[in-house]
Design a protein around this ligand. Sequence first.
Ligand SMILES: [Zn+2]
Length: 280
Amino acid sequence: MNKLNFGTAGAPRNPANLSTVDGIKRVSELNLDCLEIEFVQGVRMSKETAKQVSVVAGNRNIRLTVHAPYFINLNAREMDKIQASQLRLIQSARTAALCGAGDVVFHAAYYMGASPEQTYETVKKYFLEVIDQLTKEKIGVNLRPEVMGKLSQFGTLDELLNLCAETNGVAPCVDFAHWRARTGKNNSYEEFCGVLAKIEKRLGKNVLGNMHIHVAGIAFGNKGELNHLNLEDSDFKYEELLRALNDYRVGGVLICESPNLEDDARLLQTNYINLHNKNS
Ligand SMILES: [Zn+2]
């Protein structure tokens, strides 16, 4: 049976300003399973710290993943911006490997006025170069382009499933809050099952056994995502999502991105465990 691990996007909020190492310890105290290290403002972790992170997480059996910097756009107009984006992704993967993190989540691109088809081809070209470089360096982390919440962003579920199918060994980060914000739908058991069935059909059953998922409450308008909310302040039907994940035997990592991070992560974990035990 594939285990579904629950954790936070970055160190828990309480107490404030925890380092990554202390965040891992706090996640462990809270009986959560995993942590997504946030390099969203830049990859600024020393090799020494990364090795320490790896040891502390290993000792506590906390699974780690990484979120690459926000400043990545593989469809930028200027070549130097594309190269800088590639480098940020490569640096994220290098540091992830030192931390013992198995996955790197990233926001691939903006359309920048180009058609989705053109954008897709451009993103694929430069993404393949990154994969080649990491293969050369023998860095075996999974790169995970994320399902994005704004209409200006490359990253619909279909775009990512196509990209993953065409770039061996890649699987998406499925952000259910983003997908809800982008589509205005996808907030019911049947729709969540539809998403999972589509992934299984396109990428194979194994991918469901090791997913990277983001969950949060979300506010959105006609251009998509506005901001994240705590689950209790939102209409996100997380219990229906958990039921779908359980029924499809989804394993991997579920990262909570609600403003209250660890509180909603534990809410999701507790609900899931109750559901899982009832049905097994
Ligand atoms: Zn993200």
